[in-house]
Design a protein around this ligand. Structure first.
Ligand code: SAM
Length: 297
């Protein structure tokens, strides 16, 4: 997988040379390049931002610098004279914004050859394990890190209008200073799902948020069996795999019920076995419809 990252702080991504990500690069599984957006500026100050149209605090990242950079990294030829004029005038008329914000819109071609362009953005849909799984099949990801008050909204709109698979994702309900941390988070979630990335592929099969019927994972323990007077659950020492599996499954259901009941609501009742139903009913769920429903107590 080829990964290009554009940032005003490309040094940030030196951490990608560490640990499993570094090993994946050494193995040739990943090729990560961090680019400095300022390399596409033409003024002496290498400015990438300007004041917000309509007023307000802070600065907004300029579309012209981003488009020069992204055109080059996407392998676009320079825009025609007609389109180029819109670089400095009002471009909104030239942009097809018919369905700009639907990240669920299928675009399989993006994942088989053409790059997926991703902008972290706190006001975008949440990035989930499902997105990470889908993007782990891409050949080329291109990330654009926002800074200041963010990037000019026409940038993603324009590239969508040019047929590029553009995604905007938030990594959580909080605001960071820039997109660099968000890109690191997304990249780690995506790349660890690539075949060959993990030494033991089984370690990503039964994880929190993973697969159909995703739950939070059961709690994990290692040796010693008793540490500072606290024992691991007895059943885990029993050697009875059936009992261990059931214990872990019940713990996953119980923890998910407490912490993320929305994940229980999304379960398919048809996929639940008898023991799952019993556990969920004991936790106050009704399991006879399509999805579990929490009963009022
Ligand atoms: N004015 C923006 C707002 O209120 O939504 C916040 C801009 S933030 C200071 C600058 C950049 O950081 C954003 O353009 C985005 O790239 C990145 N960023 C900040 N918080 C993020 C989050 N929760 N998820 C993804 N990206 C985030």
């Amino acid at each position: 997988m080829k990964i290009d990252i554009v940032s005003v702080f490309p040094e940030y991504f030196e951490v990608m040379n560490l640990s499993l990500m570094g090993k994946a690069q050494a193995k040739g599984l990943l090729e990560i390049k961090a680019h400095n957006l300022r390399d596409w500026t033409h003024d002496v100050h290498h400015s990438v931002d300007d004041t917000p149209v309509g007023g307000g605090a802070g600065m907004v990242m300029k579309p012209e610098v981003w488009s020069e950079c992204l055109d080059e990294l996407l392998g676009f030829s320079r825009p025609s004279a007609a389109t180029a004029n819109t670089d400095t005038e009002t471009a909104t008329d030239a942009v097809d914004t018919s369905d700009p914000g639907d990240p669920a819109a299928p675009n399989s071609s993006a994942l088989s050859g053409t790059p997926v362009l991703i902008f972290p953005n706190p006001s975008a849909p949440l990035f989930t394990q499902r997105d990470a799984t889908e993007l782990s099949h891409a050949d080329h990801l291109l990330f654009g890190c926002g800074r200041y008050e963010g990037y000019d909204a026409r940038i993603p709109d324009y590239y969508r209008s040019q047929g590029v698979d553009v995604r905007e994702y938030s990594i959580g309900d909080y605001v960071l200073n820039g997109g660099e941390v968000a890109v690191s988070v997304m990249l780690e979630a995506i790349t660890r799902l690539m075949p060959g990335f993990m030494g033991n592929p089984d370690s990503i099969v039964e994880e929190s948020y993973t697969g159909e019927g995703a739950l939070l994972e059961h709690r994990q323990y290692t040796k010693p069996a008793v540490w500072r007077g606290i024992s691991v659950p007895e059943v885990l020492l029993s050697g009875n795999h059936g009992k261990v599996d059931r214990f872990r499954r019940d713990e996953a259901l119980t923890r998910t019920n407490e912490i993320r009941p929305d994940l229980i609501e999304a379960l398919d009742c048809k996929a639940l076995d008898k023991a799952d139903r019993k556990t969920l009913m004991a936790l106050g769920w009704e399991v006879s419809a399509t999805h579990p429903r929490k009963l009022d107590r």
